[in-house]
Design a protein around this ligand. Structure first.
Ligand SMILES: C[S@@+](CC[C@H](N)C(=O)[O-])C[C@H]1O[C@@H](n2cnc3c(N)ncnc32)[C@H](O)[C@@H]1O
Length: 290
């Protein structure tokens, strides 16, 4: 690969790909699938993902974020290569050459490729090289964490919104860190990815910004893995607990009242709206909670 990968990204600007209208998510398509592996437990991989892995000759995966059990169970016969430590200049020719040699190639991302996956830049670079690509979604770790906590990220009268976010650091400047603003809104469940190492800094900033130290926070380490761990506390207490546990990576930090799964009120869906006819209201049009 001799060209700067940014060329491929700049090239797609403004063009809407016809495949957007020709295919649905879940369709098997021509090219290299970018598959979401889910949060860890091999059983949380989609059926579509499992079928593609079973046929794969080469699987390029997200290293330690993908459970090795999943690779052993679903693609034992494929060559597996970790993408950790490889730049686009190495990854793209690796996948392109294998594809052009007629091998079945799968790019396996942790969780869902759409969340902090940097999948699109690989897809655009491959497309630029003449290799078609598409996405097979997966279960993002926030959903696994929510299931572990036996709650909902949106909860009637508690949380009406969800934010998927990350803290400031090498990638995000302080003015791009909106965690405090999400918490300020009150009815948002804030799901912090890529922030395990920064729980103390994040909580200190929230305290400095005047947020209630009693606001619930849960940290779910390795959601759905055999060594999954749940640490519960508040903005005021969670940092010390995480420090004690020694986790520096691979955890999801959830902030907000929905974390506890209590204090909510029954929804309209199984109340007043349940027996309404098809009169075009939210329930009948499929826009109510489910
Ligand atoms: C590069 S991001 C990838 C996220 C992934 N695409 C997803 O949808 O979950 C990695 C971050 O996701 C979170 N993460 C990934 N897998 C996790 C799991 N099983 N349990 C908790 N957090 C996880 C952690 O915050 C980790 O730092």
């Amino acid at each position: 690969m001799t060209e700067d990968p940014q060329t491929a990204i700049d090239e797609v600007a403004g063009d809407r790909d016809r495949r957007v209208y020709e295919h649905s998510a879940g369709d098997e398509q021509e090219g290299i699938p970018f598959v979401g592996a889910g949060p860890g437990d091999p059983r949380l991989l989609t059926v579509a993902g499992r079928e593609l892995l079973a046929d794969a000759d080469l699987v390029v995966h997200a290293g330690s974020l993908v459970n090795s059990e999943l690779l052993e169970e679903y693609c034992a016969d494929a060559e597996t290569v970790s993408s950790i430590g490889k730049d686009l200049e190495e990854l793209i020719p690796l996948m392109r050459d294998a594809y052009e040699d007629g091998r079945e190639v799968v790019r396996l991302h942790s969780g869902d490729p759409a969340i902090y996956g940097a999948a699109l830049e690989q897809m655009d670079a491959l497309e630029h090289e003449g290799v078609p690509t598409y996405v097979v979604p997966g279960v993002t770790s926030a959903f696994a964490a929510s299931a572990t906590l036996r709650t909902q990220l949106t909860l009637n009268e508690v949380a009406n919104h969800v934010a998927f976010t990350r803290p400031q650091g090498k990638t995000l400047d302080p003015e791009e860190d909106h965690i405090s603003e999400f918490v300020e809104m009150g009815d948002v469940t804030t799901c912090v990815y890529l922030g395990t190492h920064a729980v103390e800094d994040t909580m200190d900033r929230l305290l400095d910004d005047g947020h209630d130290p009693e606001t619930p926070v849960a940290v779910v380490y390795h959601a759905s893995w055999p060594d999954e761990d749940v640490i519960e506390g508040t903005i005021g207490t969670i940092a010390e607990k995480v420090e004690e546990a020694g986790y520096r990576a691979s955890a999801l930090v959830l902030i907000g009242d929905a974390v506890g799964g209590d204090g909510y009120e029954r929804s309209y869906l199984y109340g007043d709206w349940a027996n309404r006819g098809s009169d075009g209201d939210d329930a009948a049009s499929g826009e109510a909670d489910d």
